[in-house]
Design a protein around this ligand. Sequence first.
Ligand SMILES: [Zn+2]
Length: 87
Amino acid sequence: MGKHIPIRECICCRRKDEKQNYCRIVKTKEGFFVDSTHKKEGRGAYICPACLNDPALLKKRPLDRAFRQKVPEGVYAALADAREGKA
Ligand SMILES: [Zn+2]
């Protein structure tokens, strides 16, 4: 082993963990995506499982803060799907 493990910070609670444990949202030229592969090119933001499961996530709108713009409702809906394991 001895492999470098990439660490990311949750955009909601600032907790740090291995990025593979986090949900990645990426902003590309085509728009925002929940990036389950963690490989899509673009600016990414990470959310930890605890925050993903927080019912207040929609109200807190952490993505709007992270990307400094209004993130479409559909992206938050996609997050809810990711939480339920559909994405
Ligand atoms: Zn978090």
